[in-house]
Write a protein that binds this ligand. Structure first.
Ligand SMILES: Nc1nc2c(ncn2[C@@H]2O[C@H](COP(=O)(O)O[C@H]3[C@@H](O)[C@H](n4cnc5c(=O)[nH]c(N)nc54)O[C@@H]3COP(=O)(O)O)[C@@H](O)[C@H]2O)c(=O)[nH]1
Length: 560
């Protein structure tokens, strides 16, 4: 072997330093050779111990072999370290030639190697324990630690600490439609963007999943924390380029301040989390500071799951309805059914608190069936009592839609409640319809044959193939509210809404704009030729009993 000869010839090699490079193929010279070459005093000791050959359990190799022992190519220097340690050879002076593809790499002194590896192992362990492996930013443990330190420092100096809790809107949909690798790459890009918003003295951390946090060190006042929150939300306006695709992402941010909101770390997190949910409830893509009175509801996943089962059993869900207005006639043409949870302890909870978990644990199928039945029953009652001609739009989750008997379930509920299919619209997301397109097309065609209306919800936030879109029997595209909000002063939003409207009209679809809140927004939506709109400008979602009186009042107001 070249390497052996070279090794034996070049005594000077003995003095070379340890080469410490992980993930290289490693050759361990047979101890017979290095024992001859290296320090005699240690012979006895090594003889007395297990040999590496023995340790590796490589049967064909004996102690006397002159052939270098090849460790698996995937072995790293850490494996060697493990061998040294396990074989009880800490006291060996020298003995390892580390090569890659039989290239000389260096000579290791047992002590040095061990020390070096121990130090690096410690560094690695610290890194693993404190940094998120995907995004390379501090993980929850290190973030908590820094927050604790910052709060101690703040007490000493009588200053403040700001906590921003950041959740990516609709991350599950992105993961489901684009795959987990794409989702991972997006999280990496998000972490970078968040870091670009913060100052060097702040800490940006990943708490897990699609949750991030920023520790704002010694903010001047609550205004500085709001400014950072706004910067974070605004920074998402630029689309992300991930794996050759362009994607618009929004985030919801909740903030809390030490010590005014809470003097304990857990309390600060709970309050920022509560504020974040409030931001989501207000339509996502925004920030909210914690204000006393916001109901704190942040159960762990397990308790939420069992609470949700109990909620189904105890009939704690309720539907609220938000009017949809035809912009040409100003008439109420439909209502969207939106679920709420009348929680026995926490009052009326927004779906942002429980729909994502229900989608993860599968309970959404049962909840969705309840929503469908209840919305159909309610619509039938409005028709019977008020001769209403309303259409009720119902949100359908991916898991519900993918049930093998979804169409049959819909048909059975329509029959059971006696509602005509032309009063019902199902809202599906882009991620539902653009997945397994052949099967989806068959289901959509079947629903369409029944006479049900079909809409794509949150249009613009996912990926739609225009080729598929034109083949689907879709009646309406609902433009996501993130493009509607601020449309009067964000030129990009207006361009997006114009593009979607023109696309929809060319495909013989109508457009509903979601989240219209101001006169100015509404004026632009009309100028963009949107067919319908819904949003707080008209009305917030309301209990079923308020709908007909609201419709009557709207008609009266129109007549005046
Ligand atoms: N699978 C199901 N998902 C459901 C169901 N019911 C609701 N949801 C989904 O939960 C998300 C949050 O819904 P909600 O808190 O009800 O918020 C809706 C509106 O209240 C809100 N909205 C409407 N107008 C405005 C406005 O002018 N400003 C503003 N800030 N928010 C407004 O938007 C939500 C409507 O969302 P969408 O469905 O996209 O039209 C939401 O994702 C619901 O889909 C359910 O039964 N099943």
């Amino acid at each position: 072997m070249d390497i052996v000869n070279r090794f034996l010839d070049e005594e000077s090699l003995y003095a070379l330093p340890v080469v410490d490079s992980a993930n290289k193929a490693i050759t361990l010279l047979d101890r017979h050779i290095f024992l001859e070459f290296f320090s005699r005093p240690y012979v006895r000791e090594v003889y007395g111990n297990k040999t590496i050959v023995h340790f590796l359990n490589t049967k064909q190799m004996t102690y006397q072999t002159k052939t270098p022992i090849m460790v698996d190519a995937a072995s790293s220097i850490d494996d060697v370290a493990q061998i040294i340690i396990d074989a009880g050879m800490q006291h060996m002076v020298s003995g390892f030639i580390v090569t890659q593809n039989e290239q000389y790499a260096g000579i290791a002194n047992g002590h040095d190697l061990l020390q070096d590896i121990t130090r690096r192992k410690q560094d690695e362990l610290y890194y693993l324990a404190h940094y998120d492996q995907l995004t390379k930013i501090p993980n929850r443990m290190l973030f908590n630690d820094r927050l604790t330190q910052a709060c101690r420092e703040a007490v000493r100096k009588d200053t403040l600490v700001g906590l921003l809790f950041i959740d990516v809107d609709r991350f599950k949909q992105i993961n489901d439609s684009m795959g987990h690798r794409f989702g991972d790459m997006l999280l990496v890009a998000l972490a970078e963007r968040l870091q670009s918003c913060a100052r060097d003295c702040d800490t940006v951390g990943r708490l897990g999943g699609d949750e991030f946090a920023i520790l704002m060190d010694t903010p001047q006042d609550a205004g500085s924390i709001s400014m950072l929150s706004k910067r974070v939300v605004d920074s998402m306006r630029e689309p992300f380029q991930v794996m050759g695709k362009e994607l618009y992402v929004t985030v919801s941010v909740g903030t809390s301040i030490f010590p005014s909101d809470d003097a304990e770390i857990d309390g600060l997190f709970a309050k920022a989390d509560t504020a974040m949910y409030e931001a989501k409830t207000k339509g996502r893509n925004g920030f909210q500071e914690y204000i006393p009175g916001l109901s704190i509801y942040s159960p762990d996943r397990m308790s939420l799951e069992s609470d949700l089962r109990a909620a189904l059993r105890n009939n704690e869900f309720v539907l609220h309805y938000q009017p949809q207005i035809c912009l040409a006639t100003n008439q109420v043409v439909g209502v969207e059914a939106l679920i709420r949870w009348r929680h026995p302890k926490h009052g009326l909870l927004s779906p942002v608190h429980f729909i994502p978990t229900a989608e993860e644990n599968g309970l959404i199928v049962e909840i969705g069936r309840w929503v469908l039945r209840e919305a159909c029953r309610q619509c039938r009652q409005w028709i019977d009592a008020h001769h209403a001609t309303l259409r009720v739009s119902i949100n359908i989750s991916a898991l519900e839609f993918r049930q093998a008997d979804f169409v049959e379930q819909v048909r059975a509920i329509l029959n059971e409640t006696g509602i005509a299919p032309s009063h019902i619209e199902l809202e599906l997301t882009e991620s539902i319809v653009m997945h397994n397109v052949g099967a989806v097309l068959a289901i959509l065609n079947e629903l369409k044959r029944m006479g049900i209306f079909l809409a794509i919800d949150d249009f613009g936030t996912g990926f739609s193939s225009l080729n598929y879109l034109r083949r689907f029997p879709i009646d309406r595209l609902k433009i996501d509210q993130s493009f509607v909000q601020g449309i009067d002063h964000i030129p990009a939003n207006e361009s997006i809404v114009r593009a979607i409207t023109s696309l929809a009209h060319n495909l013989s679809m109508e457009v509903v704009a979601e989240g219209a809140e101001s006169d100015a927004e509404l004026a632009i939506l009309m100028a963009c030729q949107c067919n319908e709109a819904q949003g707080y400008w008209f009305a917030k979602p309301m209990p079923a009993d308020d709908v007909m009186p609201w419709v009557a009042a709207w008609e009266d107001r129109k007549a005046d």
